[in-house]
Design a protein around this ligand. Structure first.
Ligand code: ARG
Ligand code: GLU
Length: 655
């Protein structure tokens, strides 16, 4: 009975037309959205987007590495993804003599394509609802949660084992959707010989650096090119010279017709993680505690790094990748915090919860939002400590180096780390109650009397560094992590019911499962936005903007001389570079194909605008925009900068 009710709620939910462009839809269920997509401009069928019987667009999309998306653009295994997704591989092939990061890389023929041990791509073979099979044998009245989980694991293991029986690189996973109200089986084929074919110089692929990251107007040529290789049977194989280019079931056709405001677009890729259905207490914690505190700690670290990086070219190179890593989430959180506050999401959620409770009175859902309030009240102080450890003391490199024999000392600069030590230890000490600190920390704090003195000892003496490192790590993993995990489990259990309750409460609302790195389709249209009063951002950027930003004195804006020369010849002022659209995306969607109404490739997704990053918790169609690289800029760079026109020969163009 309960299940039928949920099913009806699910069905009703998906049949409702959408007001906004919110949502990350499961491709296997796209037939439920296809009417809305077509009403908004799509000209292809559900079967062309996802099918297990015939080649469909899903066969041209891959999970690239462990957290990006890529797409097939030729019948010989050629693949596009972002420059920042290929970055570490490009870096690994680089040396002083061949600095591919700086100069770019273009294989002149197949034999020059560079293998990347450890890099894999996964094609989705099929996905299916396995809720019934996963819950087979479940007796709610007779089983507690632990027994339920054990049963789910056993049933899932069996499903996965059956799914990969064909071997040949098959992998399977069973994923809980809607906090365990639904289960889906995903079967992939994983290829493990993926070679680097081309990458623009960083002055194009990372143009604008951290300054432009998460921002509009954007002019980053954020792409790189790889090729998938297979055995003679077209099946996955370990790297071998004998391998041949993979022949995909489907590769994308490229449209050079361009985009204009209002055009329908969709993004096919692997969004990593969202929390759209959470309680106000969590949003409150994120907006008012977590984001502000983490931002402040990172601001301190970034300032310290920056100070030394501007003083020495060597240090700038050593810390540029670390700096980028720290700066990326730092900037995202700033947009998220601002967006959540500005839109009063906590208040809106509280009002929603009040309406929910009124509806739930007398039902099994009564009081559920209060339970969550209480659970978050119990969890938040502990979770704050958990986040604080990770963002402060656990970032001190000296403490990592003391216990990790594989620590990378090549990119280590002690003066930065000494200052970070004092700043992070002080912040940790000041901001957390002593109950969250190891006894060792309290003893030593008394003994040294100042962080400066403690720092001198830790940097002079390996044993002192190791002892502090062990004390912090041990306390973190024994006194902080386990209770946090336990409370999170309890919270997720309540969410299972709350999610179901929300679906019954809001029959008219369109529900989609939170992102979890599984393949999704998001759709929307090309559109600018208003970041503040009196400003409207138009949705398309051009080469003219790159020339406007060009500055040989600023590392991130110093474009290759060739690009200046080409521009000076005239005729390229309006060369499109990036565009904005309303597709609902998140981290993991990097590298995702952006397709037009006919399902042809028009761009590659690589970012969102920072003012809209609250979309991971609450999507606002007014301000949430994804940023894509226009495919025509990729073609322009391949030709004019890479002189790699031969790559265009294997691509298929529709116009
Ligand atoms: N903001 C984009 C994303 O979240 C691009 C990141 C590239 N890295 C960087 N630090 N610029 O991944
Ligand atoms: N750059 C992000 C990624 O690597 C995408 C930006 C986002 O939407 O979070 O997936």
């Amino acid at each position: 009975m309960k299940k039928r009710f949920l099913l009806a709620a699910l069905l009703l939910a998906v049949l409702q037309p959408m007001k906004a462009d919110e949502g990350m839809w499961l491709p296997a269920l796209i037939s439920q959205r296809i009417g809305d997509m077509q009403a908004k401009g799509l000209r292809i069928s559900a079967e062309e987007i996802y099918s297990v019987n015939q080649a469909s667009l899903k066969d041209a999309v891959v999970l690239f590495g462990s957290g990006c998306t890529g797409e097939l653009v030729s019948d010989e295994g050629l693949l596009f993804t972002n420059h920042h997704c290929g970055y570490s591989f490009i870096q690994r092939h680089s040396s002083v003599e061949h600095d591919y990061l700086k100069d770019g890389f273009w294989a002149l023929n197949r034999s020059e394509e560079l293998p990347n041990p450890g890099l894999t791509v996964r094609f989705l073979e099929r996905m299916e609802d396995v809720t019934a099979a996963v819950l087979k044998g479940y007796k709610p009245a007779k089983m507690d949660e632990e027994q339920r989980q054990a049963l789910i694991k056993k049933n899932s293991d069996k499903l996965k084992a059956d799914a990969v029986k064909g071997g040949n690189g098959l992998k399977a996973s069973v994923e809980a959707l809607y906090y365990g109200n639904q289960y889906f089986l995903f079967v992939f084929r994983e290829y493990r010989d993926v070679r680097l074919v081309g990458a623009p110089p960083s002055s194009i692929g990372k143009f604008g650096g951290e300054t432009d990251n998460w921002m509009w107007p954007r002019h980053t040529g954020d792409f790189s090119i790889f090729r998938i290789y297979a055995g003679a049977d077209n099946m996955p194989a370990d790297y071998s010279e004998a391998n041949v280019p993979y022949r995909p079931k489907k590769s994308l056709k490229i449209s050079r017709a361009g985009v204009k405001e209002g055009d329908f677009t969709f993004v096919y890729g692997c969004p990593g993680s969202t929390q759209e259905y959470v309680h106000s207490a969590l949003v409150d914690y994120v907006a008012n505690v977590s984001d502000p505190e983490k931002i402040a700690l990172r601001t301190t670290r970034l300032e310290l790094m920056k100070k030394h990086m501007t003083q020495s070219q060597k240090v700038r190179i050593q810390y540029s990748s670390k700096y980028a890593g720290v700066a990326n989430a730092w900037k995202k959180w700033q947009g998220e915090e601002k967006g959540l506050r500005k839109n009063n999401i906590v208040k809106a959620k509280q009002a929603y919860e009040a309406r929910f409770e009124e509806w739930a009175r007398g039902s099994r859902y009564e009081g559920i939002t209060d339970r969550l309030t209480q659970l978050y009240a119990a969890r938040n102080p502990l979770y704050r400590a958990y986040e604080y450890y990770r963002e402060s003391v656990l970032t001190i490199e000296r403490l990592q180096k003391a216990v990790n024999p594989r620590f990378n000392t090549k990119d280590y600069y002690q003066p930065i780390d000494e200052e970070i030590f004092v700043a992070m230890m002080s912040a940790f000490d000041k901001s957390l109650d002593d109950v969250y600190k190891p006894p060792y920390f309290l003893e030593k704090r008394a003994q040294y009397g100042s962080m400066e003195a403690w720092k001198d000892a830790v940097f002079a003496d390996d044993n002192e560094a190791k002892a502090l490192s062990d004390a912090l790590n041990d306390h973190f993993s024994t006194a902080i992590v386990p209770p946090v995990n336990q409370l999170n489990q309890s919270i997720n259990l309540v969410y299972r019911d709350y999610m179901q309750g929300q679906m019954e409460f809001e029959r008219e609302r369109t529900f989609y499962p939170d992102a979890n790195l599984t393949l999704r389709v998001a759709y929307g249209h090309v559109e600018g936005y208003r970041p503040a009063d009196a400003i409207y951002y138009r949705p398309v950027s051009t080469l003219r903007g790159i020339i406007e930003k060009d500055n040989p004195d600023i590392f991130d804006y110093n474009i290759p001389q060739t690009l200046r020369d080409i521009y000076a010849q005239g005729g390229h002022e309006n060369q499109p570079v990036c565009f904005l659209a309303t597709n609902h995306t998140t981290g993991g969607n990097s590298g995702s194909p952006v397709l037009n109404a006919d399902g042809n490739l028009i761009g590659i997704n690589f970012d969102r605008v920072w003012e809209g990053t609250m979309s991971d918790l609450a999507f606002d169609p007014e301000i949430c925009r994804n940023i894509s690289l226009d495919v025509r800029y990729i073609l322009f760079i391949i030709k004019e900068i890479g002189h790699a026109d031969y790559l265009l020969d294997e691509m298929n163009f529709v116009d």
